[in-house]
Design a protein around this ligand. Sequence first.
Ligand code: HEC
Length: 105
Amino acid sequence: MRLRWFLVIFCMVSSAFAQSIPRLYAGADLKVGAKLIADNQCVACHQRKVGGDGSALYKPTGRINTLGLLRGMVEQCNTELNLGLFPDEVNSIAATLNRDHYRFK
Ligand code: HEC
């Protein structure tokens, strides 16, 4: 019984590592995050703002410089733009942005 729990937890932890999800974002789904980013016009709007592929807007050394602030920023966009995202969706988006752009530990 105990061994089974150990295996379950071990698998969860190792798959989180394999997808490079920081512990603060536990439970994030990077595929869901990528889909939500595509579905909510995030990039289209950012491109209008900064041009190129829009990624210049993500500034890891700027104001948003921790995992907590990054997720807070996604939550702020969610609220301001009235996207109606659930907390776990915000979490997945933050994890995806972190993997692709910010790379905070
Ligand atoms: C209607 C336009 C628009 C949409 C849609 C939008 N954003 Fe933004 N976003 C902005 C603007 C403008 C800024 C820059 C704000 C600033 O610097 O004060 C920004 C900034 C950000 C930042 C902070 C960048 C940094 O490093 O400083 C993040 C993260 C972000 N947006 C994520 C998202 C996500 C995720 C979505 C989709 C769920 C989204 N945004 C949708 C306009 C938009």
